[in-house]
Design a protein around this ligand. Structure first.
Ligand code: AMP
Length: 370
């Protein structure tokens, strides 16, 4: 198990002028490299040989240099970790980073300083822990049923881990639940082992908003939590196949019913009615406060909430992403919210670089990594 003290010692050995931002070339890497470059930090991309051309195709988004791997799990090998440590790399763990390298590997074997709090990734990866976190925050969350016989309204059935909505389905009775499970197993979209981890959650009716926050330990401001401030850096919503375009398909009386699916394919920008901002800022503050309590120093850096705003203008939060989300890729030059916080274009990628620079300046980088 990697301890926070080991990482603190490692980062204290780094040369401040050599600190380099590194991540796997996927997910939000263009934004992360671009933002680090805007702040004058060096960058390293961990990449497979066949993907390198994608990054080389964007001269302001590509990293300064690459570490080429055959498989991202190779990063655990001493040789690659040694290279990252020699380059004084602080790794940014985006969603694909955690998925490709593996949460357990990161926890047990990855000695390279990672930006943020590794415990947060654990809370994100375990639906039960995530629910405890949201309950501790005192925010409204959807009802859940342990037992399918209790299904009495439309419910979404989810499986373990961040699978981008793949394999999820909606049912409104126990009978439909059993049918869908059988179908999924036949088609191979659900495995027997998934079943023990299935969550049956009330399908919240309303409009989805996914606010993107940043918890800063380096800057002070109005929305405070723990010892830092909570910033709203942007809002997006996901575009999911096929559910988001189902309305375009004419319904026939006798034809087969089309089952909605929830596979994330992209993101679109949104802004909220300004009078709803107090609620969204309060959500971010509460979730951060709870994180400080449950896993100090809390949700350091970027995080995102997945919410539905009902027609009572109430936000129901059904998921937390405890790291940079791909929806932030909409705003490489800042968003309709970040522009009121910073006088320069501020993406989430750049915001992390700015925080790291401030950590270096205040000799507190060890507080920002784990
Ligand atoms: P998740 O993996 O939890 O992010 O869910 C994938 C997608 O399923 C979300 O982006 C939503 O479109 C939808 N979804 C998940 N949970 C709910 C819920 N409780 N109510 C309504 N829609 C949901």
């Amino acid at each position: 198990m990697i301890s926070k003290d080991d990482i603190s010692r490692t980062v204290k050995r780094y040369k401040p002028s050599k600190i380099t931002i590194g991540t796997i070339c996927s997910h939000s890497a263009l934004q992360i490299f671009h933002g680090a470059r805007q702040e004058g930090l060096r960058t390293t991309g961990i990449c497979t040989a066949d993907r390198r051309f994608v990054y080389d195709a964007f001269k302001l988004g590509k990293p300064d240099d690459y570490i080429i791997v055959d498989d991202y799990q190779d990063l655990i090998k001493e040789r690659f970790q040694g290279e990252l440590l020699r380059k004084n790399v602080v790794v940014i763990p985006h969603g694909s980073f955690v998925e490709y390298v593996g949460a357990e590997n990161l926890k047990r074997e990855f000695h390279v300083p990672m930006y943020g709090n590794r415990s947060a990734l654990e809370f994100e990866g375990d639906r039960r822990k995530m629910r405890t976190w949201l309950q501790e925050a005192g925010v409204k969350i959807p009802r859940e049923h342990e037992d399918p016989s209790k299904i009495d309204r439309p419910c979404i059935v989810k499986f373990h881990g961040a699978r981008g909505g793949s394999g999820f389905f909606v049912v409104d009775s126990e009978r439909r639940y059993q049918e869908q499970i059988e179908n999924g197993i036949k088609k191979g979209t659900i495995s027997e082992s998934d079943l023990s981890e299935a969550t049956i959650q009330e399908l919240v009716v309303g409009i989805r908003y996914y606010p993107q926050y940043f918890y800063s330990l380096m800057f002070q401001g109005e929305v405070r939590a723990g010892e830092g401030r909570v910033e709203l850096l942007g809002i997006d919503r996901r575009v999911e196949s096929n559910v988001d375009d189902l309305y375009r398909i004419p319904r026939s009386e006798n034809g087969p019913e089309i089952e909605p699916s929830y596979v994330v394919t992209g993101n679109i920008p949104v802004v909220l009615r300004e009078s709803l901002l107090p609620k969204v800022l309060d959500l971010g503050r509460r979730v951060t406060e709870a994180s400080v309590k449950l896993f100090p120093p809390g949700m350091v850096g970027p995080f995102c909430l997945e919410t539905v705003c009902t027609d009572n203008l109430e936000f129901v939060t059904f998921e937390v992403s405890a790291r940079i989300v791909a929806g932030t890729n909409l705003y490489p030059e800042g968003s309709p919210y970040s522009c009121y916080l910073f006088s320069k274009p501020m993406s989430t990628g750049r915001r992390m670089a700015l925080e790291i620079k401030e950590g270096i300046r205040k000799k507190r980088l060890a507080d920002l990594v784990s």
